[in-house]
Design a protein around this ligand. Structure first.
Ligand code: PMP
Length: 439
């Protein structure tokens, strides 16, 4: 991975789609500026290279005797080592491959032997699965300090099996004090799960140093968008629980009346696994693990600071933030623009400037409610982002405030679209490469 970091803040890594040209509503095309890494990140070059290398060897895993099967099996199983290295897992922690963070959290929810404590700032994926298993919701306070005190009070008042907490908010990017929360959870007799969907792509996480029991993340947010996710965690709960899915691969022996289930991770991986998705995820872990962390953080911080400073100077911009005292945040900037509906702004940025952002409530309805907004814009930054992209976004927002949109937009079925829509919407034809259509 080439580490380029100069005053202009060039991209730090090569990612898919970095030279993608997309159509503009007023005609012509422009290189796409992607500010939606927090939703799904493009693939790292190392990931696509690895898949290209592996694809000819793709075959059934675990039971095939053919050479390609053996290679695929080795690759699938050694991917656990890549994840374990990336997270510095402890010896009693197993790596279970899932579809995504949501899948991982639902899996763990089916294994927890007691109540789970959560904050009300969580993504729905770390909020809804616990409902069926004794969920206790702690309302976040106005400061991180007071929020931590509330968590302590809840865990002390009544025993809980698990504290399930986000590593970084998917709305504001704010990072929670995980080491402290892990100590608190353990002192109160609970374990800690970290929803690292947003943290893992931005920060190295050392499970042993932080003393974290369980952690979940998605490949598609970690530059490996091929349908695999991870649940890492302590073996005992995973071995004691019912298998997540019943089927082949999760068993040792099956009779007509009795079944002897395998231990984790196989216990929770019934069915044919997503070998290529898992290999992609492992390649991303290897690539990110090899990247100099300080350089990556500095790249992201410079771009996020530049974006905030540029937006701050525009009348009507209000940033979303949960706490004034959060010590760190990843490259996510959420904001509203006075007098402009977020969905309309997002449609304008896409149609007139070829800029992709996310708008809405970000699958965090309780948090948006406590922040007092029913929608916002979210610009998120990653390894392929550059200062030039940031400047384009700032300029586009400034132009909108000054002159208004230069096109008409209407809302249909809750979504804002240009009216008329002139951009072709057909998927690129097979083999068309980076240029989606010939316009
Ligand atoms: N947790 C957080 C913090 C997230 O940002 C997301 C995705 N937006 C999820 C969980 C769910 O991830 P996935 O959709 O990959 O399951």
């Amino acid at each position: 991975m080439t580490a380029i970091l100069d005053q202009t803040c060039a991209p730090l890594a090569r990612v898919s789609g970095c030279d993608l040209r997309v159509p503009l509503v007023q005609g012509g095309t422009r290189v796409y500026a992607n500010f939606d890494y927090a939703a799904s990140a493009p693939a790292l070059a190392q990931v696509t290279d690895r898949l290209t290398e592996l694809l000819p060897f793709y075959a059934s895993v675990h039971r095939g005797a053919g050479y390609a099967s053996r290679i695929s099996t080795d690759c699938y199983e050694s991917s656990r080592d890549s994840v374990a290295r990336f997270l510095n897992c402890a010896d009693d922690q197993v790596v279970v491959f899932t579809r995504n963070t949501t899948d991982s959290l639902n899996l763990l929810a089916s294994c927890v032997p007691g109540d789970t404590v959560v904050l009300d700032i969580e993504h729905h994926a770390n909020f809804l699965p616990w409902t069926r298993h004794g969920r206790r919701v702690v309302p976040a306070a106005d400061t991180v300090e007071e929020t931590v005190r509330r968590v302590v009070a809840e865990l002390c008042a009544k025993p809980a099996a698990l504290l399930a907490i986000t590593g970084a908010s998917n709305v504001t990017g704010e990072v929670l004090p995980l080491e402290r929360l892990a100590t608190i959870a353990h002192q109160c007799g609970a374990r800690i799960l970290v929803d690292a969907a947003q943290l893992a792509p931005h920060r190295r996480i050392d499970l042993q140093a932080l003393d974290i029991d369980y952690l979940a993340f998605s490949g598609h947010k970690l530059y490996a968008p091929f349908g695999a996710g991870v649940l890492v965690g302590r073996r005992d709960w995973l071995d004691a629980a019912q298998p997540y899915l019943a089927g082949g691969g999760a068993v040792k022996e099956v009779g007509t009346t009795e079944t002897e289930w395998a231990c984790a991770p196989q216990r929770h991986e019934a069915g044919s696994p997503n070998v290529l998705g898992v290999a992609a995820l492992a390649a991303a872990c290897d690539a990110l693990g090899a990247l100099d962390e300080r350089t990556a953080i500095e790249h992201e911080r410079r771009l996020a600071d530049r974006l905030r400073a540029g937006l701050e100077a525009i009348a009507g911009v209000r940033f979303l933030r949960i706490w004034p005292d959060s010590a760190d945040s990843v490259g996510i900037v959420a904001f509203t623009l006075n007098g402009f509906e977020p969905g309309r702004v997002a449609a304008y940025l896409s149609a007139e400037h070829a800029i992709g952002v996310r708008d809405g409530r970000f699958c965090a309805h309780p948090l948006l409610a406590r922040l007092g907004v029913d929608g916002a814009l979210r610009a998120s930054i990653g390894l392929g982002s550059s200062a030039a992209d940031v400047d384009r976004l700032i300029e586009a927002i400034a132009t909108l405030v000054e002159r208004g949109p230069q096109w008409n937009y209407t809302r249909t079925d809750g979504q804002w679209n240009p009216a008329p829509e002139t951009r072709p919407r057909l998927a690129p034809e097979s083999g068309a490469g980076a240029a989606p259509c010939s316009f």
